[in-house]
Design a protein around this ligand. Structure first.
Ligand code: PMP
Length: 390
């Protein structure tokens, strides 16, 4: 039995061998000039990936996406602050769960139908009615594979005191983000998804407005380790090529990040986002040709992950384990109320990966007695891939 696996869950993804090889570096300490240069270059490239200008500050901390999520809010909140959470699923709801541990007031907006995004008009109406310290959006909610529009909300908040916090864990590096034009004040991600680096880095970007707030807010609710004031100083020091210390940086992961960012920028952001759009379309059209329905509404599908409903007579656990048994690792749905599975297609995902995934899904469906003609999904996937020149 081969040890090769095709990882098609929405993170961690299949990592590029050249990125993984970087991690095997030996004898790298965080004050060495080799590491200082690697960290400084990574921070400069992190600005580019989200189209940030010099006034925006990227921050890299050892931890997972959830750590970045906690830091993205607690640093800007005080007792009795008000937060508006826009939630399209499990990860949007997580903001509420997280904030329930802090003495703040929370309002939440959700779409009326699971799989929809929340309309920007509805969010703007809410922020006109109440003055919030923060609004949180989940750019791609990995549980529903819904892409939430950001820019209209960013524009509406630009001249207000409110900060716009965006969870980009399932989007940065795979979905288009223009942090400046989108009006995002605090953006965060984890390394293991479309940035293509093994799990362990929590990455944030702060806008000039967020940096100003951070300077002026006293008695914020941040825990010690995620105090972004400390980390901003550390990042600025590294960027001016001087080592600095607050907590030991994850040196091996950071040199891997540098390699992965080089690959991303070499591909070119436009080309990368187009590839994510085309590959995800090939997958969506393939499963639709099998008669399956998507969880998200067509106009707000994400391009990094797809959520597909299973017919009620196909058992989710058994279906997912069949596909996984065929060497293609896909994920169950995260929400209990729907019978569905999820496929991640981000980072270095290619046409062959998508073909193998649709093929395994067809065989598993056939095994589970689902009525369709073998090859219908594959034919459609092939057609879309061919149309885009793959
Ligand atoms: N937000 C989103 C949208 C996610 O997909 C995830 C991880 N799946 C997280 C937050 C949490 O990140 P982590 O698992 O790295 O803590």
């Amino acid at each position: 039995m081969s040890e090769r696996r095709l990882v098609m869950v929405p993170g961690p993804i299949n990592f590029e061998p050249s990125v993984l090889r970087e991690m095997a570096v030996e004898g790298l300490d965080h004050t060495s000039s080799e590491f200082v240069d690697a960290f400084a270059e990574s921070l400069a490239m992190l600005r580019k990936v989200v189209n940030a200008t010099d006034g925006y500050q990227p921050i890299v901390i050892a931890g997972s996406g959830t750590l970045a999520m906690e830091a993205s809010v607690t640093n800007f909140l005080k007792k009795d602050s008000k937060v508006l959470i826009v939630s399209n699923g499990y990860f949007g709801d997580r903001f509420a769960e997280l904030l329930s541990r802090y003495p703040v007031h929370v309002d939440m907006i959700k779409p009326e139908v699971l799989g929809d995004a929340v309309s920007p008009e509805k969010i703007i109406a809410a922020v006109e009615k109440e003055s919030y310290d923060l609004v949180t959006l989940t750019h791609v909610d990995t549980s529903t594979a819904v892409l939430q529009p950001v820019r209209e909300v960013g524009k509406a908040l630009r001249n207000k005191d409110t900060l716009l916090v965006v969870d980009g864990v399932c989007s940065v590096g795979g979905e288009e983000i223009h942090i400046v034009e989108d009006g995002i004040d605090v953006l965060f991600t984890g390394s293991q998804k479309a940035l293509g680096v093994p799990p362990g880095l929590a990455i944030l970007w702060l806008s000039p407005k967020a940096l100003e707030k951070l300077k002026n807010v006293s008695n914020n609710l941040s825990p010690y380790y995620t105090d972004l004031r400390k980390w901003v100083d550390v990042m600025r020091s590294y960027e001016s090529r001087k080592p600095s210390y607050f907590g030991t940086p994850a040196v091996n992961l950071i040199v891997a990040l540098k390699k992965s960012l080089e690959l991303i920028l070499k591909e070119g952001l436009d080309r990368r986002f187009t590839r994510h759009k085309q590959i995800s379309e090939a997958f969506r059209e393939g499963v639709k040709a099998l008669g399956l329905q998507l969880l998200p509404k067509e106009e707000n599908v994400a391009h990094t992950v797809t959520a597909v409903k299973l017919p009620p007579n196909v058992d989710l656990t058994s279906f997912v384990s069949s596909v996984r048994g065929m060497g293609v690792l896909i994920a169950r749905g995260l929400l209990k109320e729907v019978n569905y599975f999820r496929v991640g297609h981000m980072g270095s995902v290619n046409a062959n990966d998508i073909i193998a995934t649709v093929a395994a899904i067809e065989r598993a469906l056939y095994k589970h007695g689902y009525n369709f003609k073998f090859g219908d999904g594959l034919a459609k996937t092939q057609e879309v891939l061919f149309k885009y020149g793959f």
